[in-house]
Design a protein around this ligand. Structure first.
Ligand code: HEM
Length: 312
């Protein structure tokens, strides 16, 4: 009985890892739709020129491909929900994540439709990105839980409210929120086409604090200031980990965050000097999400260790 439960968790954990990767790929695909100017290749929604399979050119292929791929992700989500519902061992720990996932994918589809119907309205484009990140986060959290449960069924208390929100976990939660906020600032840069408002780095058109109250310049500079704050904060988390004696596993996530942050700043600078190369823009979004997930992993990993030590 116990062996079969472990086997269910292991198989489900593998499915969740693969599904997280597939969702992540769609988060790279979205920026490529924008970077190739394909966002309005189809004037209507949910069909494209009234058809499921329109006549393809490159831009239509990019835009409709994003819709097909998202539809595929939706079908896999439904398959996962059925799996979690019919296997009793999986129902209690995982069904809730899948129901939340269905709600998030429903709002994602709605925001995708509005993105087209409102002709790439910046706030809608940004919400589309943020909602997608929350959907990925929901599935990544389920993956994390499946991994913990496939090692020890007794870890049913994998994340308690207390271990997530106790006083000395708050600095980590602030780190997670700070990076999410930085992603909002980044989304504002791209959705307002402010990526080339400053032509050099670290100053903006020769000034540290721009004297011109031009909205695009301000949006770009706010994103840079956010990046400095995030850098300072991630380094503080590193010191906090040493001071608090974080486990080797948690420290591994902190180190990953530092490496990703250096890479992310490098990609941001290349974006500016090389004038937003398509693949670099997509990589900048991808690394932003991985950075967010790595700091989230620091918070959740430590919380799960705290819950475990409380149970044992
Ligand atoms: C913590 C560090 C950073 C994070 C988490 C971050 C995140 C992001 C995100 C999520 C986007 C929006 C991508 C999209 O909508 O698909 C973005 C856009 C952008 N970021 Fe950053 N960024 C960071 C640092 C920087 C730095 C240091 C620069 C250098 C100036 C920079 C330059 C840009 C530019 C130019 C864009 C617009 C790209 C476009 O229009 O396609 N970023 N950033």
């Amino acid at each position: 009985m116990i062996a079969s439960t472990y086997s269910h968790f292991r198989k489900f954990s593998l499915f969740l890892v693969l599904y997280s990767v597939l969702i992540f790929l769609n988060l790279l695909y979205g920026p490529l739709v924008r970077a190739t100017d394909s966002g309005l290749a189809c004037p209507d929604w949910p069909f494209c020129f009234g058809k499921i399979f329109p006549d393809f050119d490159f831009n239509i292929f990019m835009e409709v491909g994003h819709r097909y791929y998202s539809g595929f992700l939706g079908m896999v989500l439904i398959a996962g929900t059925i799996w979690a519902a019919i296997v009793p061992e999986l129902r209690k720990p995982f069904l809730g994540y899948f129901i939340l996932g269905i709600l998030l994918i429903a709002s994602q589809v709605t925001l995708g439709g509005l993105t087209v119907l409102l002709s790439l309205d910046p706030a809608t484009v940004n919400l589309h990105l943020l909602n997608a990140i929350l959907f990925l986060l929901c599935i990544v959290t389920a993956t994390f839980k499946a991994r913990v449960l496939s090692k020890s069924i007794n870890s049913n208390e994998f994340l308690t409210k207390q271990s997530l929100f106790q006083k000395d976990q708050i600095p980590l939660l602030i780190g997670v929120l700070l990076i999410f906020f930085q992603i909002i600032l980044g989304g504002r840069v791209s959705s307002n086409y402010a990526g080339l408002a400053c032509l050099e780095f670290p100053t903006c058109n020769g000034e540290w604090v721009p004297s011109v109250p031009e909205p695009k310049i301000q949006i770009q500079v706010q994103h840079r200031l956010g990046a400095y704050l995030v850098t300072f904060y991630v380094l503080l988390i590193n010191l906090y980990g040493i001071f608090k004696g974080f486990s080797a596993e948690t420290k591994k996530y902190v180190r990953t965050a530092i490496i990703l942050l250096i890479l992310q700043i490098g990609l941001g600078i290349v974006n500016v000097y090389a004038k937003l190369p398509k693949l670099v823009t997509a990589a900048h979004t991808g690394v932003a999400i991985l950075l967010f997930l790595s700091v989230y992993a620091v918070w959740v990993q430590r919380a799960s260790e705290l819950s475990k030590s409380r149970v044992s």
